[in-house]
Write a protein that binds this ligand. Structure first.
Ligand code: SF4
Length: 466
């Protein structure tokens, strides 16, 4: 799987010195957080909704193969064709061959993180097929030749001026155009693409095992056009998007829109069950559903981290994360940025290739507090850090430091000796800290504080005597 960078710290350093990026990310995430807070305050039963959602997801992931089979049977019963893709290559191959066999030259896509994950656009483009992103943010990103930097707001890192400049260059829009003019230009260009396309590709927010239906939530209506105008519709869905029953959907619809955009409900909720029927005026002649594993079954079998598959991709943890708010999404190097990416990416691409990501967190816990399905992200980050140290993929300096720390903390006598030693060495540490790799990341922008004149243990002993 192609990743942009394997070194978060290096990419983050470049991001924090980009003032325009910092302003754009802080303003957009701040706005999303305020809207979410207002929307959540209107729901007194919010906590019980979260609890129910967590229970449904945890149950589904624990019985994943059962629900995959049930969904496949029910979708096929309603004339959809279901392909279980073991990995990204198998999913891409299926879509490319399907396009080739139907003479597809042009594809319209609605927003889908999972197609970013598998690199589907590049696979189609290599075969000479035109792929057009139709979500406005994704369209901007595609024109710019970049990647999304946020799960629900892919172009959040760009200012209006930057988008206007891009549209002037690529679409011939007058420079400095208003938001309305920019949107109109995108709409005019995209309408033509919708009408020309022979294949529409979407993701899916939920896949209902009980009926074999796909649920797509969106605000622009582009997903409706992409899934109903072209004669072929391909939905690529990660297996973790499964829900057992219809009754479960309402819980998640209430949580998702509020957590993501602060809306009570998104403008459009599309429910797709099979292709167009004989008595229906529109819809695709064929519906193909690619259910993607790509490592998800292995994660579902890993009891320490399986809850990461509960994620409903609302993006709230990104908005609240003090690290994401400084760096934006590209520094995370792959399709999934922010706290969710810091756990999901290493599990998907392999811990050694994303060894810096579990450390891209202050462990403040804001992500877990805001998560609508209560995913314990900080606990998982610590588990991944532990695995790194145990597998010796952590840096030599960090491994050594943690080994020394572990040794010193293993008994009161050792702790006392280590404390006394550190007090002796501390003035030297302060003087030289900026020059050593291990501490320079900390001391580059701040000073190490001086030690208290008396150690805490001695102060405590004195207090106990008095
Ligand atoms: S981890 Fe939770 S908060 Fe973050 S995107 Fe997933 S569901 Fe939303």
């Amino acid at each position: 799987m192609e990743i942009l960078t394997e070194n978060f710290a290096k990419a983050a350093k470049a991001a924090v010195s980009n003032d325009a990026l910092q302003r754009a990310v802080k303003s957009a995430t701040g706005g999303l957080l305020s809207k979410r807070a207002r929307a959540v305050a209107e729901v007194p039963e919010w906590e019980s909704l979260r609890e129910t959602a967590q229970a449904i997801k945890t149950h589904t992931i624990a019985h994943l193969s059962e629900y995959v089979s049930r969904f496949s049977e029910n979708a096929q019963r309603r004339s959809a064709r279901v392909f279980l893709a073991r990995d990204a290559a198998a999913a891409n191959r299926y879509v490319v061959e399907l396009a080739a066999s139907h003479g597809v030259k042009s594809v319209v896509k609605s927003k889908s993180m999972v197609t970013e994950e598998i690199g589907l656009n590049r696979a189609l483009q290599r075969e000479g097929i035109e792929v057009v992103e139709t979500d406005l943010g994704e369209y901007v990103i595609q024109l710019a030749g970049e990647r999304p930097s946020h799960i629900i707001a892919p172009v959040l890192h760009k200012t209006q001026m930057e988008v206007a400049q891009l549209f002037a260059e690529k679409l011939g829009v007058a420079s400095g155009a208003s938001i309305e003019s920019l949107t109109r230009a995108a709409r005019e260009s995209l309408r033509r693409k919708f009408l020309q396309a022979q294949m529409g590709i979407s993701g899916g927010n939920f896949a209902i095992a009980e009926t074999g239906s796909i649920v797509i939530v969106e605000n622009e209506g582009n997903a409706r056009l992409a899934t109903s105008l072209p004669r072929l519709h391909v939905a690529i869905i990660g297996m973790e998007k499964l829900l057992p029953r219809w009754a479960d959907v309402s819980v998640f619809l209430r949580l998702l829109a509020r957590s993501a955009t602060g809306q009570k409900m998104t403008s459009y909720v599309s429910i797709l069950t099979g292709p167009k029927r004989a008595d229906e005026p529109d819809g695709p002649q064929q519906l193909h559903i690619v259910l993607l594993d790509n490592g998800r079954c292995a994660i579902a079998a890993d009891l320490e981290v399986r809850e990461i598959l509960n994620c409903i991709r609302c993006g709230a943890c990104l908005n609240t994360c003090p690290v994401y708010r400084q760096t934006g999404g590209h520094a995370y190097g792959w399709a999934y940025p922010g706290p969710i990416g810091a756990v999901f990416t290493p599990l998907m691409v392999g811990l050694p290739r994303a060894a810096s990501l579990p450390f891209a967190s202050s462990l403040c816990g804001a992500c877990e507090s805001i998560c609508p399905v209560r995913i314990p992200i900080p606990r998982m980050l610590l588990q991944l850090r532990r695995r790194l140290v145990e597998s010796e993929h952590a840096s030599v300096a960090a491994s050594l430091a943690f080994k020394m720390w572990g040794f010193a903390m293993a008994g009161p006598a050792r702790y006392r000796v280590a404390g006394a030693l550190l007090r002796r060495l501390y003035p030297w540490v302060i003087r030289w800290s900026g020059r050593f790799g291990l501490l320079s990341g900390w001391t580059m922008f701040r000073e190490l504080p001086p030690l208290a004149p008396e150690p805490f243990r001695r102060q405590w002993e004195k207090r106990e005597k008095n």
